[in-house]
Design a protein around this ligand. Structure first.
Ligand SMILES: NC(=O)c1ccc[n+]([C@@H]2O[C@H](COP(=O)([O-])OP(=O)(O)OC[C@H]3O[C@@H](n4cnc5c(N)ncnc54)[C@H](O)[C@@H]3O)[C@@H](O)[C@H]2O)c1
Length: 259
């Protein structure tokens, strides 16, 4: 008996919020979730970029609002997720995506830079998961939370990102620990761990040949990943098809970690 393939991947009527969504992976996730039927709150530090993505969604017939703010601050995350709930009618999905990766040698990382990376990537993801969990628990309808880790949180594959790698390892443990506590409320918490994905953020590093040869580093596909490939995996994680998955981190790396 068919169970309706399309229905198993449909998220129409759901409300999603995505941080750091003005560019790169966050933008692709916002467009993908909107195409699958969700209303999307597009959050970014750069409000203009968030507004452009929200306009792109609306132009394609979808529903979206844009929100500015620094996703390392609990007040900004709270404001964004509460606005999503108020203006779009709920909060079913959050993708805590905002993150930075300023390449700096281990001995050159200053306390200030360390704090900046920890504040957004780890503390920000922690707070975003907690805030989403509180809103979803209060609503009593369950929910799906997705965090963005990295292959670098599993194995240091390049120098210059020790601060970053520590945050992404933390994001994976955050994902498992929060998943355990939020499960009774019907809230799933999962993560994705991308390899090198071609985005506005990584393009300068790719152009400078700082990440190696993709045909060697990413043998499955022999190219760097696309933001849409991360977005499609996240769509799976927030769809009915993933109804029994929580605390998991899915690696999307073209075989990068197999080497
Ligand atoms: N691109 C990759 O290869 C890759 C690999 C693994 C993990 N990731 C993770 O994916 C996420 C997105 O990466 P990307 O490559 O798409 O980045 P990107 O630099 O292309 O885009 C990031 C977006 O986040 C916004 N942003 C920056 N600081 C912010 C803040 N404090 N508050 C709100 N928004 C902020 C930026 O304005 C930008 O629009 C990050 O968490 C990153 O660590 C990326």
């Amino acid at each position: 008996m068919a169970r309706g393939l399309e229905r198993r991947f449909a998220i129409d009527g759901k409300v999603a919020a995505v941080t750091g969504a003005g560019a790169g992976i966050g933008r692709a996730v916002s467009l993908c979730l909107a195409e699958a039927g969700a209303a999307v709150a597009v959050q970014d530090l750069d409000e203009k970029k968030a507004a452009a993505v929200a306009a792109e969604i609306r132009d394609a017939g979808g529903s979206a609002i844009s929100i500015g703010g620094d996703a390392s601050q609990s007040s900004a995350i709270e404001a964004a997720y509460e606005r999503a709930e108020r203006e779009l009618g709920g909060l079913d999905i959050t993708v805590n995506n905002a993150g930075i990766y300023p390449f700096t040698g281990f001995l050159e990382i200053t306390e200030k830079l360390l704090d900046k990376v920890l504040d957004l990537n780890l503390r920000g993801s922690f707070l975003a998961t907690q805030i989403a969990g509180r809103i979803m628990s209060r609503r009593g309808r369950g929910g799906r939370i997705v965090n963005i880790a990295s292959v670098q949180g599993l194995r240091p594959t390049a120098p210059g990102v020790t601060h970053y790698n520590v945050t992404k390892a933390g994001v994976m443990m955050l994902t498992k620990s929060a998943a355990l506590e939020l499960a009774p409320a019907g809230i799933a918490v999962n993560a994705v761990a991308p390899g090198v994905i071609q985005t506005e953020g990584t393009q300068p590093l790719i152009d400078a040949d700082a990440l190696g040869d993709p045909s060697v580093m990413a043998p499955y596909g022999a190219r760097w990943g696309r933001a849409e490939e991360v977005a499609d995996t996240i769509l799976f994680l927030v769809s009915p098809a993933a109804s029994y998955i929580t605390g998991e981190t899915i690696i999307i790396d073209g075989g990068y970690l197999l080497r």
